[in-house]
Design a protein around this ligand. Structure first.
Ligand code: GRF
Length: 181
């Protein structure tokens, strides 16, 4: 498959790694956090990587790079900033996807796993959705549910959710790229 994606991240980049390992071509990776471990994952895979602490500058540069690299899908993988309305509206609809560790619309925003535990929720899961200008509010593409065990901690739950993310997100990205070809 030769369709290009670009990835925005702020942290560990385990989803980026899963996407690379599944064979999807990543044109570039960009981050608002110069110390993000995900940037190192990109470098190790010989993928151009960029960082700008200033989010307006990042958005401006990423829009230029999307054209330069002929990117077909922008993938958020642990990008911890809300994209501006202007940025989202500069791109076609259904151009940006995100993965979130809850069953949206439940537990939007930061600390979704802790929110579910604090709420004594019986179930939680992973949501893959298109990104609009709101916070975790775009249309849902796929959800995967899991039961929360009595003895689950944030760490154990995160571990199980991330295993699902790594499989589900890369599969969905591949199928969107095939559908859009
Ligand atoms: C994931 O759990 C994802 O659901 C959330 O941010 C986390 C990123 O993890 N949006 P990683 O950086 O891919 O390891």
């Amino acid at each position: 498959m030769c369709s290009n994606i670009a990835v925005l991240l702020s942290g560990n980049g385990s989803n980026l790694k899963a996407i690379i390992d599944k064979g999807t071509k990543v044109s570039f990776v960009a981050s608002n956090n110069p110390k993000a471990l995900g940037l190192q994952i990109a470098k190790n895979a010989n993928i151009p990587s960029y960082s700008w602490k200033n989010v307006s500058e990042l958005e401006e540069e990423v829009l230029k790079l999307i054209i330069e690299y002929n990117v077909k899908l922008l993938v958020l993988a642990g990008y911890m900033r809300l994209l501006s309305k202007n940025f989202v509206n500069s791109l076609p609809s259904k151009f940006i996807v995100n993965v979130h560790p809850s069953l949206l619309p439940n537990y939007k925003g930061m600390n979704a796993i802790k929110q579910a535990l604090d709420d004594s929720a019986q179930y939680t899961g992973v949501t893959i959705h298109y990104v609009d200008e709101g916070m975790d509010s775009g249309s849902i593409i796929k959800q995967n549910i899991i039961k929360i065990n009595e003895n689950d901690t944030e760490e154990t739950l995160k571990d199980r959710l991330q295993k699902i993310e790594h499989r589900l997100y890369s599969d969905i990205i591949k199928s969107i790229l095939i559908k859009n070809q």
